[in-house]
Design a protein around this ligand. Structure first.
Ligand SMILES: Nc1ncnc2c1ncn2[C@@H]1O[C@H](COP(=O)(O)OP(=O)(O)OP(=O)(O)O)[C@@H](O)[C@H]1O
Length: 251
């Protein structure tokens, strides 16, 4: 792990009318596996939206790889190394699995940003990169299957594959196993664990028993604020965390 954070949030704040969804959040994300936990409404997804640039902050600053991106939009954030998935499936349903990813690879290869691909890729290179990404997420289904005909688990893997198309430095995964059957959750968690060896992964997840074993760092949010951040065992034994999160969720 280098000392330089990939993501740096300073006094980040988001107010929706009377609701303060994110309340002066200051945190660094490094090249490690970070899981974000917290009760419903704690501000986890809003934080992801702020980082990805789909929501503008009321105040505060976001840096990606040392660049201030606070005023920049989602596409620019991607080109500064951040990619994400959403809670709600967002695929081209009628297109084959391969085509869904191929389009994402092609889209980023066509954009003349210096730190992604130096040149637009040839069709062959796009196809090869698409295959590599699908291999990386362990996509073992028939890749000609239309997205709409995939199981929920494989749809999630496809979304993760699409998020990998820009070759991000940091990958934000918003509850990728939500709504999945147990065996499919295991499938997706296995892939997420493997990806964390290659990328800085930030995972929003409610299943504390899983993330505490997988993660290098737990970030606990409550009422929009950072309650604790650190190695899982240490963080979970923090009395404030136990009071605010564990009792509320596990009891
Ligand atoms: N677009 C919006 N307009 C108004 N209020 C919002 C909006 N988005 C989020 N909020 C509010 O901000 C607070 C934080 O919501 P957020 O979705 O970030 O929490 P969360 O920790 O991700 O919750 P969950 O675990 O249920 O997904 C909540 O009170 C929510 O109702």
């Amino acid at each position: 792990m280098t000392d330089n954070p990939i993501v740096r949030c300073t006094d980040l704040r988001k107010e929706f009318a009377a609701v303060t969804a994110v309340d002066d959040l200051t945190i660094d994300i490094h090249d490690e596996f970070t899981s974000v936990i917290g009760p419903n409404g704690a501000g986890k997804t809003t934080t992801f939206n702020l980082l990805a640039g789909t929501v503008s902050p009321t105040a505060g600053r976001i840096e990606l790889n040392g660049t201030d991106v606070t005023a920049k939009g989602p596409e620019s954030r991607v080109h500064h190394g951040l990619s994400r998935t959403y809670q709600i499936t967002n695929l081209f349903d009628e297109l084959p699995a391969f085509e869904n990813v191929r389009l994402a690879v092609q889209a980023v290869s066509d954009v003349p940003y210096a730190n992604v691909f130096a040149d637009a890729l040839s069709d062959q290179e796009i196809n090869q990169r698409t295959t590599e990404i699908l291999d990386l997420v362990g996509f073992e289904e028939d890749r000609t299957t239309a997205a709409e005909n995939l199981s929920q688990g494989y749809k999630r893997l496809l979304e993760i594959a699409i998020a990998l198309a820009p070759e991000p430095d940091v990958l934000l995964l918003d509850e990728p196993t939500a709504g999945l059957a147990v065996d499919k959750k295991e499938l997706v968690f296995d892939v997420v664990g493997d990806l964390a060896n290659e990328y800085a992964v930030v995972l929003i997840e409610h299943k504390l028993d899983v993330v505490k074993d997988m993660s290098d760092r737990l970030v606990v949010m409550h009422n929009g604020q950072l309650l604790a951040s650190g190695p899982p065992e240490e963080t979970l034994s923090n009395p404030e965390v136990q009071e605010a999160y564990l009792r509320g969720v596990t009891s």
